[in-house]
Design a protein around this ligand. Structure first.
Ligand code: PBG
Length: 311
């Protein structure tokens, strides 16, 4: 009766990795329980998530081929485009959010176009990101979520969506995304580790708080409909501050791959109690101000919450 924070399955967005082929359920070693799925197995996982009361999935694509400009990201027959069409046809009740970025599709693994001197070119990347977002939305994506951290991409994507009449497609911005060590397992899963250098020229310094507010403000001004803080656990203070500073917009927090891997590893060793730890950390993220939580724990957590509500 006096509990201040209530966690529920409808707070969750469930990230899934989709790849070409059929019948694929390829485990990702550093993320126990998470797998690469083909469109058919993705449909089954999506249905199971929806049946647990999870309202949305977030899709990451594993393409067949990579090149310098990440062209599979915006190809009509790209893996995300195919997966979105299938999900919206078979499970229209499930919201489909697509991650908009180039790093899974570029052969160098960076989130943008790379110049001959190895630096990432912000402005020429914007066109490709906008093309990717439009292509996802045309395939039926309910929400597009740019995670690249190029400056000006929210405005470019909003304008491109509006130009083709997709005025109702919201943009969920990875607004304050830190250059974090906790993306390690994801990069293994997505094969998106940069071939050279790192992402520190476009992702944020973990030491910066004011800069996060500036990044969020710019995205809000450019037309973001939802804003995200990522990762979640080392940045709960940022989450709280973003929640309080921008009361008008939904705030999302991404409980990232490395955060997931730590819990799984400790639980597998019997060092922590998994169920209690997961529900505690997700409650903490919600208490810090998240309206929605992107988490690989979504399906299990939804089941545990349902079981607890029956007790
Ligand atoms: C793509 C992207 C990343 C994640 C989400 N989108 C990786 C990165 O920036 O290197 C990380 C998700 C996770 O670690 O769970 N830019």
């Amino acid at each position: 009766m006096v509990r201040e924070t209530t966690l529920s399955a409808d707070d969750f967005v469930y990230p899934l990795f989709v790849t070409h082929g059929e019948g694929v359920e390829h485990p990702i070693p550093s993320m126990p329980g998470v797998r690469h799925l083909s469109v058919d197995t993705l449909l089954r996982e999506g249905e199971a998530a929806a049946n647990e009361g999870i309202p949305a999935v977030l899709l990451f694509g594993i393409p067949n081929a990579k090149d310098a400009t990440g062209s599979e990201a915006y190809a009509d027959e790209g893996i995300i485009q195919k997966a979105v069409r299938a999900l919206k046809r078979e499970l229209p009740q499930l919201l489909v959010v697509t991650d908009v970025c180039l790093c899974e599709y570029t052969d160098h693994g960076h989130c943008g176009i790379v110049r001959s001197d190895g630096t990432v070119e912000n402005d020429s990347t914007l066109d490709l990101l906008a093309r990717t977002a439009v292509s996802h939305a045309e395939a039926g994506a309910d929400i597009v979520a740019p995670s690249d951290m190029m400056d000006g991409r929210i405005g470019a994507i909003r304008a491109a969506l509006d130009t083709v009449g997709l005025v109702h497609t919201p943009v969920m911005s990875y607004a304050a995304k830190y250059a974090s060590a906790f993306y390690g397992p994801f990069r293994e899963a997505a094969g998106s580790t940069p071939a050279f250098g790192d992402r520190r020229s476009y992702q944020m310094d973990p030491a910066n708080r004011r800069e996060a507010l500036r990044e969020v403000r710019l995205d809000v001004e450019e037309g973001a409909d939802m804003i995200m803080v990522k990762p979640a656990l080392p940045y709960l203070d940022i989450l709280r501050e973003v929640r309080d500073t921008f009361p008008e917009l939904p705030v999302a927090a991404y409980n990232v791959s490395g955060e997931y891997a730590m819990v799984k590893a400790a639980a597998q060793n019997g060092w922590i109690e998994e169920r209690r730890s997961v529900l505690e950390l997700l409650t903490g993220i919600k208490r810090a101000g998240a309206d929605l939580i992107l988490t690989y724990h979504a399906r299990e957590a939804a089941r545990w919450l349902r079981e607890e509500s029956r007790v």
